[in-house]
Design a binder for this molecule. Structure first.
Ligand SMILES: [Zn+2]
Length: 449
């Protein structure tokens, strides 16, 4: 086993100290449990193994547990980003022996994952990636072989030939006879946590129209996945497509509709069906912003977790690509509608879950900022960034809140998150699966400064 670990995580990544389970008692902390309940001052939270064993405002006997003094501090559930694409794989490809193959840079992926953990994100849902890459990382994470947030993953996305997102590793369904066989084989082989379907006709500004899945096939994919016990999420950008997906029984939305003001009927439909939405304003906001002002790559959270080279790339070649492709200009037009829609979805009772559609930890904090700018208060952002993420993944029974019996994914903050969303980054301690993460040993630039 050890040989396998070393063989895989060959270089610098091994300096992240190996986690050791010890029981932990967090004493006298102000607790936000993530359910939307008010703050509980003077709370004691006992973690035994990987589980939250007891919560009380009365003294709890520490027994042999490690005691963390929570005085003047704030405890929230670990943050969840339910729309990411782990760096190092994504939709990229490289030429290898005269053949185009999907990229799988495990070192880049592990560094990115440790950046999430460093910034308090204890669960991520990768909503489309090279299956060989992401499911290997997921297996390593679940076996405790790498220090990483919990990884939930879709693997390759599901589209149609020539459609949006129909990259190298996508399942491209041309007809249902073959598509059904391929889908069942994919689910049996990869055991995705949640499938990602693409429903996007494009045809707006710089993006020419492309074919998309028919309602009939979309419905059959969702139904087949459901019968096999697998949740589904869908990439949509227009209300009529999102509406069709909702009526077809999709479990969750990978994006809100952001390109136009949404109708009340649509908001009501999502609220009634309890279909959660990954908020994903950051992807659009960053691509819009970077054209005029790429300086956010120099903010402290980016500096702490992204290498100089990665930040430089964001400010130069990636920026240029977003400008040239017309994406920056297009997304600049969308942002006001995005913010307006997010607030209206929130007010209409739709379950919003924090998602960024990005590849790095700092963006989860940017998403909180955008939610706040949309008119959602910092207190309400706690639930959006935690329990609602678990609901999105269908994992609310064991994740997403600080409740007895749930898995111990926790973040201890030195400033009150209900006062300001910036305080979600005032991180003192991160606990994942009952293990106190040695943040000083994670492979992030902050630890090399
Ligand atoms: Zn995405």
């Amino acid at each position: 086993m050890l040989i396998r670990v070393i063989g895989f995580a060959c270089t610098a990544l091994l300096f992240a100290a190996w986690p050791v389970h010890a029981d932990v008692l967090i004493k006298n902390v102000t607790l936000y449990d993530g359910t939307g309940a008010a703050a509980v001052p003077g709370a004691n939270v006992l973690v035994k193994g990987n589980t939250i064993a007891a919560i009380s405002t009365h003294a709890i006997d520490a027994g042999g547990a490690q005691v963390i003094d929570g005085s003047g501090k704030y405890l929230i559930p670990g943050l969840m980003d339910v729309h990411i694409h782990v760096r190092g794989g994504q939709g990229g490809s490289v030429m290898q022996g005269g053949q185009r193959v999907p990229t799988a840079d495990f070192e880049a992926g592990l560094r990115a994952l440790q950046g999430y953990l460093y910034l308090g994100v204890t669960s991520v849902y990768d909503s489309g990636n090279n299956p060989d890459f992401i499911f290997k990382l997921r297996a390593n994470e679940r076996a405790g072989e790498i220090v990483s947030p919990r990884i939930f993953a879709a693997g390759g996305t599901i589209s149609v030939p020539g459609g949006y997102g129909a990259g190298l590793t996508a399942l491209k369904i041309a007809n249902w006879e073959q598509g059904k066989k391929d889908l069942i084989a994919k689910i049996e082989r990869e055991k995705p946590d949640m499938l990602k379907l693409i429903l996007d006709r494009q045809g707006l500004y710089a993006n020419r129209a492309v074919p998309t899945m028919s309602e009939d096939i979309f419905h059959k994919v969702v139904q087949t996945a459901d019968e096999m016990g697998v949740r589904t999420t869908v990439h949509v950008s227009m209300e009529w497509d999102a509406d069709m997906a909702a009526r077809s029984g999709v479990s969750a939305m990978a994006h809100p509709v952001l390109r136009a003001v949404v109708n009340d009927s649509y908001i009501k439909e999502l609220a009634d069906r309890k279909i959660p939405i990954a908020t994903t304003m950051t992807v659009f906001s960053n691509i819009a912003r970077v054209a005029d002002d790429p300086s956010f790559f120099d903010n402290p959270l980016f500096k702490a977790t992204l290498s100089e080279e990665e930040r430089e790339k964001g400010k130069t070649s990636e920026r240029q690509r977003y400008i040239t492709s017309g994406m920056s200009g297009m997304f600049q037009l969308m942002i006001p509608y995005a913010k307006q829609n997010i607030k209206r979805l929130f007010d209409g009772g739709v379950i919003l879950a924090l998602g960024t559609d990005r590849t790095d930890g700092p963006t989860a904090h940017q998403e909180l900022e955008l939610l706040n700018q949309s008119g959602i208060g910092p207190f309400d952002c706690i639930k959006i960034a935690t329990l609602n993420g678990a609901i999105y993944l269908g994992r609310e029974k064991d994740l997403g809140s600080v409740e007895t019996g749930k898995l111990a994914d926790l973040v201890l903050l030195t400033a009150d998150p209900a006062d300001s969303v910036a305080n979600f980054a005032a991180i003192d301690t991160v606990i994942k699966d009952g293990v106190v993460i040695d943040r000083g040993a994670l492979d992030v630039p902050a630890n090399r400064m």
